[in-house]
Design a binder for this molecule. Structure first.
Ligand SMILES: [Fe+2]
Ligand SMILES: [Fe+2]
Length: 341
């Protein structure tokens, strides 16, 4: 006969922690991290599906208007993004969420997992609509070293923190995890995604591939939140755990990220397209990397780097009144105005 379980003492929200909490993690409120719940509410104001955006003009543009150099740029950006979003989903869903010990953090991350899946759907919708060879495009990250360089960096970090024996009670592992989350939020999403759509936005600014670009604008706004949330988690984690990041490890992170981004940009933009080239892309990476470092409370990795895409922040900061989305009747947000960092 099963014994009736004994009742448990109420828990104290103050005992919640980012990781390694000893308390019951099945209780949402009272919140220890009310900002995390706000992220969840904000994220739910952003709803779209890829099917809502007309791709008809893109099919024509792709086959009849883009130059060979522009098609090269377009396809490789798409190939990189679609692999990256799978990695982003696996990182949050499989490596990060399971380590969190406060439900308000996990709930936003659950939404993030869904959004990464939605992003993958958006790319797949573009690939299908344009009739690209799926076998070829989805394998591109494996056969093009300059794309694989970025994917390999992310894979390496992900594999380390997904080891079965990875225990966060160990301080070295905790440091490794903080660096990994910093990489995914601050660099992978905060720099590589944030800047990664720009070559296609450059086409959009000339009236080309506007459906794809609109999909990417929706995605970009999700990524702005993913980046801001991850940075906040990392900062809070470092504070709670009294953990100092090893400056040499952080420097290496920026150096590796810049080297990988630079090789990628030189391949994708081996020929410049009108209004965009590899130099602009790399300069913008450095400028945004400095911003992410400041947000993380770290020294700027590329002092003196200047903005090269003055229009990019506007793409992320679009307000309803700008009515940028020419192809859509409804507005992106279904709720109140969002504050975008
Ligand atoms: Fe994503
Ligand atoms: Fe993301």
């Amino acid at each position: 006969m099963n014994a009736i379980p004994k009742s448990l003492a109420p828990i104290n929200a103050a005992d919640k922690r980012i990781v390694n909490a000893k308390t019951d993690i099945n209780q949402l409120a009272p919140f220890k991290y009310p900002w995390a719940w706000e992220f969840f509410l904000n994220a739910n104001r952003n709803h779209w599906t890829p099917l809502e955006i007309s791709m008809a003009q893109d099919v024509h543009d792709y086959h009849h208007k883009l130059t060979a150099a522009e098609r090269h740029v377009f396809e490789n950006v798409l190939a990189y993004l679609t692999t990256s979003d799978i990695l982003a989903m696996r990182n949050i869903g499989l490596a990060v969420m399971e380590k969190m010990t406060a439900p308000e953090l996990q709930i936003y991350q659950a939404r993030q997992v869904y959004e990464e899946a939605l992003h993958t759907w958006a790319y797949q919708h573009c690939i299908e609509t344009l009739g690209l060879d799926q076998q070829e495009i989805y394998n591109r990250y494996r056969v093009i070293p300059q794309i694989y360089g970025k994917i390999a960096l992310a894979n390496r970090r992900l594999e380390r923190v997904m080891r079965a024996d990875f225990d966060l009670a160990d301080r070295d592992n905790l440091h490794e995890f903080a660096l990994s989350y910093l990489f995914f939020a601050g660099i992978f999403e905060g720099c590589w995604f944030y800047n990664g759509f720009s070559p296609i936005f450059a086409l959009q600014r000339r009236g080309l591939m506007k459906g794809t670009a609109e999909q990417l604008q929706y995605i970009m706004r999700d990524e702005v939140l993913h980046c801001a949330f991850g940075i906040r988690v990392v900062r809070t984690l470092l504070q709670e755990e009294q953990l100092q990041l090893d400056p040499a490890a952080v420097s290496r992170l920026w150096e590796e990220a810049e080297a990988a981004e630079s090789a990628y940009a030189h391949y994708v933009l081996r020929e410049p397209i009108l209004g965009y080239n590899a130099g602009v892309h790399i300069a913008q990476f450095r400028f945004i990397a400095n911003r992410r470092a400041r947000q993380l409370g770290l020294p700027e990795p590329f002092p003196g780097a200047e903005i090269s895409l003055t229009w990019l922040d506007e793409q992320a900061n679009l307000r309803k009144e700008k009515n940028f989305f020419e192809t859509r009747v409804t507005e992106y947000q279904t709720g109140g105005a969002l504050a975008w960092d």
